[in-house]
Structure formats: structure tokens, C-alpha cells
Write a protein that binds this ligand. Structure first.
Ligand code: ATP
Ligand code: MG
Length: 415
């Protein structure tokens, strides 16, 4: 006999006692997104490594450090670390650009990132997200942010902070990058190792650094002056101003956070994050933004797009756990065949039912019934003879003898 095999680091089993809460947030996602005309898409869990290198970007932490990549038949394959790239691949490959715009899609499922596991951070985790293709105007950005807020409210998160920023277009961003490099030139040796690389490869990402010593440097007034400056071009600025008006119209409170740049390369113009203050601590639950060049970068027709992704484990950790619902009926009988027959009949009527497969004595069966079900249905020898059942409402302790036909309507009315 070998050792007990344990679960992999950074992974979690979702056990039956927790699964109802998962089903609840999944159900709310389907409901909220389909109400807004979004259709579900399911793409594979693994894709060509190149999709993420070209899609997410090879200067990002996700691609550089966090991907689960392996070779199979001389092909390099990666477990998806996020799903925007996969959805864009499917959009292009299935000719969805021929559909009337906007094309509105949502997804949910597991993602994989080789990160240091800690609270709210796993190696296999789940995301629910939406993508909207074909609309360049900021009304799409507002609809997407409103949709994210609607969904979070629908699962019971009300104390939300919506942070928005515009990172401009490739043109105005380049000027900004140069300004950031310029003002940080003398601080370069004092930045963390990652930031020293970012400085050359992707200076915008410097602002996203979580290392305290870097954050301190960025607080210096002359550096803040550059960070806080309005660098985006007139067109990007107009886009952002319109978005703000729409959000105000919808009464969605937002904060502008100039440090918000997001950890993926494909974004332009609007980026946003939503934090929840449920349970006292602040928690980033949603990240999203506009990605107008990703479809063409992946060799599709140029198509503007915007979307968001939310971490489902983080949502779960912020809402009260929902208890598994009780069974409608537990059948109590002195005979296995009769118990099985009666249970099947009740299931056929559309109610949930179980019986005692252990064939224990009557009192034990009744004890079990009151623990797991709302009703006990007795189907013993005398009931079988009369072709009736006795139904007991276990919370009211009322009992009556009824025919099988009446049983259905009683369960329906009293449930
Ligand atoms: P963070 O800054 O927390 O690393 P991120 O910018 O990497 O987040 P995105 O890639 O935008 O996050 O993913 C969107 C959401 O997915 C996050 O807001 C978070 O709720 C969730 N998420 C991201 N990485 C993980 C992880 N390793 N484990 C659990 N949830 C995660
Ligand atoms: Mg991350």
C-alpha cells in the first residue's frame, strides 16, 4: 500500500455541502447575463501556447511566470490562464464577425495560473466573464460595467467600489510611457527586480507593482505629477468623458484610479476593477476593460471589444454559504420493494424523494426523515392494501391519509 495521494497545492475540492452556493452564483450569472442578451460560450481548457503569448502578451506575469505549459506531439499546449484570448480565438475561427453586432458572449469555468497560493489566490480557480464584440462607442463600456454591478448585486454584494481609468490608445500611451521612463530614470536602481525589467519592456505596468518600496517611490510628488497628468489624446479623452456621463446617468458611483493599468497587455482606453467591501476587508472581485486591437492581433478582422472577468472563489468567500435544500419526501416503509415503488412514483410526480436503502426499523427511518426531508410519506402494509399513503408534514407535525393522486397536489401546495 502506498501513501495517501493528496490534492495538488493551490487546488480545492468543492464538496457537496458547499456546492449549493456555487450553483447559486452560476445560476445568477446565467440569469443576469441572458437578461442582457448575452449567450454562453464554452471553449476548451487548453489552447496553443502561442494564443496566450500573442493574446495576453509576453511581457505579462501571466505569460512569463504563471502558465501551465506542456508539450504533446511536439506541440506546445497551455492550460488557459484566462478566457478572453480563447473566446477571441473562437470568435475568429467560427466567423462570428459575420453576425450582427454586438456579439455578446459569457463564459464560466476553471482557469490555471502557477501562483503562490494564499487567501483568495489558487492555482486552479474559476472565473465568470463576459465579452462584447463590435461596438467602439463608450455606451458599450457603460453597459458592461453596469452588467458587472448588476451581477454582483444579484449574488448579494452591495458595498462595491467601482474604479475606472483610461489608458488611452497605443499612440498616446507611448508618449505617457516615455514620460514615466523619463521621471523614473534616476530611481531605476531602487526599483524591485520585476520593475527593472518592466521599465524597459512595459513601463506602464510599473504602476501596477505591489512591492511596498516601489509604491513609496511612486508616491514622490514629481512622479505623482506625471502619473496624475491627463496624458490621453482628445479622442480617448472624449470617449472617457462620455463613459463617465453614462455611469452618472445610471447612478453608478465610480472612482478614477490613475494607477489602474491591469495586468494584461491587450487593454486600451477603458479599464476597470470592482472591489467588494463585504465582510470588512476589501477584495478585488472583478477586472475588465476594452481591447480594440486583440481581435486583429490574433489575425481576425479589426473589431472593437470589451469585457470583464470575475473570480468565483472570491465571490463565494464574500457571501454567506447557502445550505443544501432538504428533500421533499423521505419514504418510510416496512418493505423494501414497496419503499422503492413509492419513492419512484413520487419522483415521477416531479418531487425529490429517497427511502431507507439500509432497511432499518421504522423509528430509525422516521428519525432520518425528520433530518433530511420536509415530508415523511408512510407506505406500509396497511397503506399498500388500501392503495393510499400517509403524509406527514414534518415541520407542522400534521398527518393525513391520501391517495397517490392527492399526494401530488398536497406536496405542491404545502412545499
Ligand atoms: P490580481 O491582481 O488579484 O492578481 P488579476 O489582475 O491577475 O488579479 P484578472 O486576470 O483580471 O486578475 O482576473 C480577474 C479576477 O479573477 C480577479 O479580480 C480575481 O477575482 C480573480 N483571480 C485572478 N487570479 C486568481 C487566482 N489565482 N485565484 C483566484 N482568483 C483569481
Ligand atoms: Mg494576478
Amino acid at each position: 500500500m502506498g501513501n495517501i495521494i493528496k490534492i495538488q497545492k493551490g487546488c480545492k475540492d468543492i464538496l457537496p455541502e458547499n456546492v449549493t452556493t456555487w450553483q447559486f452564483i452560476e445560476e445568477k450569472a446565467r440569469e443576469t447575463f441572458s437578461k442582457a442578451g448575452f449567450k454562453e460560450i464554452r471553449t476548451p481548457i487548453f489552447e496553443a501556447t502561442e494564443l496566450f503569448q500573442r493574446g495576453v502578451g509576453d511581457t505579462t506575469d501571466i505569460v512569463n511566470k504563471e502558465m501551465y505549459t506542456f508539450e504533446k506531439s511536439e506541440r506546445s499546449i497551455t492550460l488557459r490562464p484566462e478566457n478572453t484570448a480563447g473566446v477571441v480565438r473562437a470568435y475568429i475561427e467560427n466567423g462570428m464577425h459575420k453576425l450582427p453586432t454586438p456579439v455578446k458572449l459569457y463564459y464560466m469555468g476553471p482557469m490555471f495560473r502557477y501562483e503562490r497560493p494564499q487567501a483568495g489566490r489558487q492555482r486552479q480557480f474559476s472565473q465568470v466573464g463576459v465579452e462584447m464584440f463590435g461596438i467602439e462607442t463608450p455606451v458599450a463600456d457603460a453597459e458592461i460595467i453596469a452588467l458587472a454591478v448588476d451581477y454582483l448585486k444579484s449574488v448579494g454584494l452591495n458595498d462595491l467600489d467601482v474604479e475606472i481609468n483610461s489608458i488611452g490608445c497605443p499612440k498616446c500611451r507611448d508618449e505617457y510611457k516615455n514620460k514615466i521612463k523619463e521621471v523614473l530614470k534616476d530611481e531605476l536602481p531602487n526599483l524591485c527586480e520585476d520593475c527593472q525589467v518592466r521599465y524597459y519592456k512595459n513601463p506602464l505596468r510599473l504602476l501596477d507593482c505591489k512591492v511596498d518600496s516601489c509604491k513609496k517611490i511612486f508616491e514622490k510628488p514629481e512622479i505623482q505629477k506625471v502619473i496624475q497628468s491627463d496624458y490621453i489624446c482628445d479622442e480617448c479623452s472624449k470617449h472617457f468623458e462620455e463613459l463617465k456621463l453614462y455611469l452618472e446617468k445610471l447612478n453608478i458611483k465610480y472612482k478614477i484610479n490613475k494607477l489602474l493599468v491591469r495586468g494584461l497587455d491587450y487593454y486600451n482606453r477603458t479599464v476597470f476593477e470592482i472591489k467588494s467591501n463585504n465582510l470588512g476587508t476589501q477584495n478585488a472581485v472583478c477586472g475588465g476593460g476594452r481591447y480594440d486591437t486583440l481581435v486583429s492581433n490574433l489575425s481576425g478582422q479589426p473589431t472593437p471589444a470589451i469585457g470583464f472577468a470575475m473570480g468565483m472563489e472570491r465571490l463565494i468567500s464574500l457571501i454567506p454559504q447557502i445550505e443544501n435544500p432538504k428533500l421533499d419526501v423521505f419514504v418510510v416503509s416496512d418493505n423494501m420493494a414497496n419503499a422503492l415503488y413509492c419513492t419512484q412514483k413520487i419522483r415521477e410526480m416531479g418531487f425529490s424523494a429517497e427511502f431507507d436503502l439500509n432497511n432499518r426499523k421504522f423509528s430509525k427511518q422516521l428519525e432520518k426523515a425528520s433530518k433530511v426531508a420536509n415530508f415523511a410519506v408512510f407506505y406500509c402494509e396497511n397503506e399498500v392494501q388500501k392503495n393510499v399513503v400517509n403524509i406527514k408534514n414534518l415541520s407542522l407535525s400534521t398527518q393525513k391519509e391520501v391517495s397517490f393522486e392527492e399526494l401530488g397536489s398536497i406536496l405542491h401546495n404545502e412545499r
